[in-house]
Design a protein around this ligand. Structure first.
Ligand code: NAD
Length: 470
């Protein structure tokens, strides 16, 4: 051992969950050692997830909108995307944000260790790096090691079979790209590669894309995409064979076909990173889903070991990890914190965007929860029509006409921003009446959420009433 460090808190993993936990703990006066195997802080979100994908999606959407502008007289002759400047732009943004994290960690005098950490005992871990090992003795530790893409057992080892990390590096624009999985990653990458000129085929085992969201919410997106890509739902990959001329894929289920693709992106979910971190030295083991069980304070079965983010139950989303990171740090600092959000919003940054928060209709039916639905089609919104977004929809579910909001979904332009009004309304227990009576500026897309609430309390005027007016 070359070095030894003593610290209050060791944080294993420098992604959004880990660095947030470290920063909050340092701000609360604790000594913190932040261990990250990558050279920079930021984790998958910054280096191979949220940030690069949103950079590429922004370019793809701007490109698509410029093209769509031809319908009302906008002409950009010779419009095209050059990959090299786009890649450079993505790298620049990542560098800027990673530099910011470095500065934030340094200013807080957090001890940073670069290397792979593994627990060796109840209050010790070792960080191995090419230049040596460091032993860390801690009082409490936070496991924030994130997740990695799930691979398909049917997939051979071949550089033409990609996961999301490879796809975000933009290695090529395949004329025939198969995307396995119609979840958020599959759909976001489909949009980027379609804008770049790839021919997209998407297969999804379930009967709709984004199966966790309500079908009527996803429908405007599906209708838009099915004119651009082949989307085969209820279909799975039976076999995949690497041939010199491409990857031969046999599909079965809703669509039976054998086709050749230039590349295949596998986007069928992610798995927690809990292997090789010495969990057994702590007396811990993953549950059947491969995650660590935690309580409301984010403590594992060993009360001085906390776990946050993708290694715990719930959606694998950066914002969940960030909030859990803050909570874990506050609990360790002795504050009365718990992680019990009313709801965690989900956003697919597709074009149109799909966002939802709280209860879905499907989940309400599964749990036997009675609810009343208000739906506002964006075709009745002046602002949506001016923005070419008349195919969107806003919907809201309430516990009865006079009851509080249970969940909401928005599909359309900027849905990922608009959904936060619903998230706040949910956490404040707002009723349809309160939302409908909140004055929303006109004309805005935000009015459509108030419109959905107005449908439930019978006060909407931009649609014909479905029940007697007040
Ligand atoms: P996902 O679970 O969201 O979607 C995977 C999809 O693949 C599902 O619809 C599933 O039914 C389908 N599928 C599974 N096996 C299949 C098979 N053999 N053939 C065809 N389809 C199959 O997973 P993801 O899209 O890989 O994303 C991983 C995680 O990262 C998710 O938790 C997601 O929410 C998160 N993520 C979030 C964002 C965002 O917030 N915008 C972006 C990217 C990823």
């Amino acid at each position: 051992m070359e070095h030894a460090i003593e610290t209050n808190i060791a944080v294993l993993g420098g992604g959004p969950g880990g660095y947030t936990a470290a920063f909050r703990a340092a701000d609360l006066g604790l000594s913190v050692c932040l261990i990250e195997q990558g050279l920079r802080l930021g984790g998958v979100c910054l280096h191979a997830g949220c940030i690069p994908s949103k950079t590429l999606l922004h370019a793809a959407t701007a490109f698509e909108e410029a093209r769509a502008g031809a319908a009302f007289g906008l002409r950009f002759d010779g419009l095209r995307i050059d990959i090299e400047p786009l890649r450079a732009h993505k790298t620049k943004i990542i560098e800027q944000l990673a530099g910011g994290l470095d500065n934030l960690a340094k200013a807080r005098t957090i001890t940073r260790l670069t290397g792979r950490g593994r627990f060796t005992g109840d209050q010790t871990l070792v960080v191995d790096s090419p230049v040596g090992s460091t032993r860390v003795r801690f009082s409490q530790a936070i496991i924030a090691t994130g997740s990695h893409p799930t691979s398909l057992v049917t997939a051979p080892r071949d550089p033409r079979i990609w996961d999301s990390t490879v796809a975000l590096a933009l290695p090529a624009v395949p004329p025939r790209l198969l995307i396995v999985g119609g979840g958020i990653i599959g759909l976001e990458m489909a949009q980027v590669y379609h804008a770049l000129g790839a021919g997209i085929t998407m297969v999804e085992t379930e009967s709709q894309i984004i199966p966790v969201a309500d079908r009527d919410l996803v429908q405007p997106l599906f209708l838009q995409l099915k004119n651009k890509y082949r989307i085969w739902t209820g279909t799975r990959v039976a076999t995949m064979t690497a041939r010199p001329e491409g990857i031969e894929v046999a599909l079965t289920g809703g669509t039976e076909a054998i086709e050749l693709f230039d590349a295949v992106l596998v986007a069928v979910g992610r798995r927690p990173n809990l292997e090789g971190i010495g969990l057994s030295a702590l007396g811990l083991a993953p549950d059947q889903q491969g995650r660590l069980v935690v309580d409301g304070q984010l403590r594992t079965a060993r009360s001085h070991i906390f776990a946050i983010g993708d290694v715990t139950e719930g959606p694998m989303l950066a914002h969940k990890a960030i909030h859990q990171g803050k909570t874990a740090a506050e609990v360790i600092a002795g504050l009365p914190a718990t992680f019990a959000p009313v709801a965690i919003p989900s956003v697919a940054y597709t074009n149109p965007e799909v966002a939802w928060v709280g209860l879905t209709e499907r989940e309400a039916a599964r749990q036997g929860i009675a609810c009343v639905k208000g739906k506002f089609p964006w075709g009745a919104s002046g602002r949506a029509l001016t923005a070419g977004a008349g195919n969107g929809v806003s919907k809201a579910l309430f516990a009865g006409a006079g009851g509080h909001l249970l969940g909401a979904g928005i599909c359309g332009l900027n849905a990922g921003e608009l959904i936060h009004e619903a998230a706040l309304a949910l956490s404040l227990g707002a009723t349809a009446e309160t939302i409908a009576r909140t004055v929303h500026a006109h004309p805005t897309l935000a009015e459509t959420f108030a419109g959905a609430a107005g449908v439930v309390c019978g006060s909407a005027t931009d649609l014909l009433p479905s029940k007697p007016r007040k």
